[in-house]
Design a protein around this ligand. Structure first.
Ligand code: CP
Length: 311
């Protein structure tokens, strides 16, 4: 089954193919005649969209991507309340039921790490990890890499600053893995001691020969950045602890923008809370809404690849 479960499953060749296909879908999304033609691509296929945790971008972009490819969509927006998970049904049994329904793929968003892998272990349909707890968000990482390629025309030799709640955010984990596929990237993990990136990611980078540092020197690393990847406090995963990022030091405001190189880009998986003021949106380096938009075309490319493998 052509599952998408984690970032490690991708190589540079696959990423290049996905990026080319995403470009194709963007180019053919402007004209209604082209859109109608693209909509014939996978008529008859069905994608389930099972979200046990809130989402705006991942759910809508996957559902719109499927619709634009002619794939039928059946979705639940709040599976943790409206599905039989509430009654104690396991993800494995849920998948065993989906196996019986003649569908082709399911996008899963879960609060718990590892659910997509558990689902895939019993699944006869393609499982797409739409974010599992503090684990992985592989489709986000692919669209992040696409955005870096689009904006900077390179994926190697980059100074990437990842700032914020790195302990609870899954996007930085998956993105670190994809950056480690390319030579000479350097990652500066910028956070407080309580919110540092996981040991498993550091081990992964070491194994791949990707250099990194952990720091709380925001202005120091921003001044050297090609890519500034900012993240919010993941309060929903703090289990009642009142962890902060020392908010006054982790805000991309005018003072922070001043020290950044003129040709750097600012990314954020969104949603943003207070860590990027709305005033920063006017800065030409701010690419986070473009990044979100790229998610649609990258997810079209992923669904297209999955459905072609099933043909
Ligand atoms: N970036 C992202 O995963 O956003 P959502 O939680 O809105 O899907």
């Amino acid at each position: 089954m052509p599952h998408i479960l984690n970032a490690e499953q991708f190589d540079t060749e696959q990423l290049g193919q996905l990026f080319s296909q995403a470009d194709y879908f963007r180019d053919n999304d402007l004209d209604i005649t082209d859109r109608r033609e693209v909509m014939q691509s996978h008529v008859g296929r069905i994608m389930l969209s099972e979200f046990y945790e809130p989402s705006t971008r991942t759910r809508f972009s996957f559902e719109i991507a499927a619709t634009k490819l002619g794939i039928g969509v059946v979705s639940t927006e709040n599976g943790s309340v409206t599905s039989s998970a509430v009654k104690g049904e396991t993800i494995e049994d849920t998948m065993r039921v989906f196996n019986e329904y003649g569908v082709d793929a399911v996008v899963l968003r879960t609060k718990e790490d590892g659910y997509a892998v558990r689902a895939a272990s019993v699944s006869k349909i393609a499982v797409i990890n739409g974010g599992d707890g503090k684990g992985e968000h592989p489709t986000q990482a692919v669209l992040d890499m696409y955005t870096i390629q689009e904006q900077l025309n390179q994926l190697d030799g980059l100074n990437v600053v990842m700032g914020g709640d790195l302990a609870h955010g899954r996007t930085v984990r998956s993105l670190s893995k994809l950056l480690s596929l390319y030579p000479d990237n350097h990652i500066s993990f910028l956070s407080t001691p309580e919110l540092q990136i996981g040991e498993d990611i550091k081990l992964h980078l070491k194994k791949n020969g990707t250099s990194f540092e952990e720091t709380s020197d925001m202005y120091g690393v921003l001044s050297q950045a090609d890519v500034v990847y900012w993240t919010r406090l993941q309060l929903e995963r703090h289990s009642g602890k009142s962890l902060t990022m020392g908010q006054e030091h982790f805000i991309l405001d005018a003072k922070a923008l001043d020290v950044m190189p003129k040709d750097a880009i600012i990314m954020h998986p969104l949603p943003r809370i207070a860590e990027i003021p709305v005033s920063t949106d006017q800065d030409p380096r701010a690419k986070y809404f473009r990044q979100a938009g790229n998610g649609l075309y990258v997810r079209m490319a992923m669904l297209d690849r999955i459905m072609k493998k099933l043909d």
